[in-house]
Design a protein around this ligand. Structure first.
Ligand code: CKP
Ligand code: MG
Length: 311
């Protein structure tokens, strides 16, 4: 069994260094929240596997090639002969403002089914990592996500959920109706402050939502604060850790890097403080480089930004 199994949609991201409307060169990257997490973990030496559907063409081949190059297990990936790759355009509009545009409706990735994930799940994992993006993609992708969470929880696999609300994909109400019950299967819930109300049965402010989640069996709630670091809550209390001060050039993928760092610390049996340390360290690596995951560290680079071995 792998350390971490994750599922979702891998996107081909096309990045411009200026306004898209004027054209110019685009660079091609692998994107997708869950593949970002898997790559972050694999870079640190953990066994990570991803399951999803990719297009049966050069773009699908590109996705698989990148995953293989990064050491992410992709044996369970299915190639969909009927559907195209999901694309994401990332436009650098000003030095500080980037804009994202999806072309993913009806994509191969969105056609994921419960059947696709059953095999990899049965092979086992220490952690199943899910994001709130996948259930927004289609009915079958939502069913696959819920199925995976339920099966994993029943099998004693630690379920981790990154809320990752995407307003372009669904409304807050639609997201809340799916993500709140989904969080009930999770041991680890990761959210930014403005996503907290999407996973709570009761409670509106941070402490209310955290109490709700801990009351429903979640062990650790991580609240990401961007440049202000992160807070972690367990039944034993709360901790805050400041972010690593760096010059940010590209913040897309920072949340996934944070998640990969946290899960790495979890797998290594670190205490909560050091898990948080590794999470914020990986977030810092992600924002200092272009691309979602390209700048993530290998294990011997963990102390590069902080001087701390945990990250
Ligand atoms: O929350 P993050 O900025 O870490 O997530 C970024 C990823 O999958 C990015 O790769 C994009 O393709 C997506 O989230 C998405 O579907 O929005
Ligand atoms: Mg995120």
């Amino acid at each position: 069994p792998v350390d971490v199994l994750t599922l979702g949609e891998a996107l081909v991201s096309l990045r411009s260094s200026g306004p898209l409307a004027v054209g110019g060169p685009l660079t091609m990257h692998l994107a997708g929240a869950e593949t970002n997490v898997a790559i972050g973990l694999a870079r640190l030496g953990h066994r990570a596997a991803w399951v999803g559907r990719v297009s049966d063409d050069e773009l699908g081949e590109f996705v698989l090639r990148q995953l293989r190059a990064e050491g992410v297990g992709a044996d369970g990936v299915r190639r969909d002969p009927d559907r195209p790759a999901g694309l994401m355009f990332l436009e650098r509009r000003t030095a500080d403002v980037t804009r994202v545009r999806y072309h993913r409706a009806g994509s191969a990735g969105s056609a994921l089914t419960g059947e696709d994930v059953a095999g990899p799940l049965a092979a086992g994992a220490r952690v199943l990592h899910l994001s709130g993006i996948t259930p927004a993609l289609s009915d079958s992708a939502r069913e696959a996500t819920v199925f995976a969470a339920r099966q994993a929880a029943a099998a004693g696999i630690t379920v981790s959920l990154d809320v990752n609300y995407r307003a372009r994909l669904w409304s807050r109400d639609a997201a809340r109706a799916v993500l709140t019950p989904l969080a009930g299967y999770a041991s680890i819930v990761i959210a930014s402050v403005d996503e907290l109300d999407l996973v709570a049965e009761s409670g509106t402010d941070e402490s209310g939502v955290v109490a709700d989640l801990l009351g429903r069996g979640v062990q650790t709630v991580l609240v990401k604060l961007g440049a202000d670091g992160a807070r972690a809550y367990t039944r034993d209390g709360a901790q805050h850790l400041a972010a690593v001060p760096v010059t940010a050039v590209d913040t897309v993928g920072a949340g996934d890097a944070f998640t990969a760092g946290y899960l790495s610390g979890h797998l290594d049996g670190l205490d909560l403080r050091d898990r948080l340390r590794r999470a914020v360290a990986l977030g810092a690596f992600a924002v200092t480089a272009h691309g979602d995951w390209e700048g993530l560290p290998r294990r011997d680079e963990l102390s590069l930004l902080t001087g701390n071995a945990a990250g």
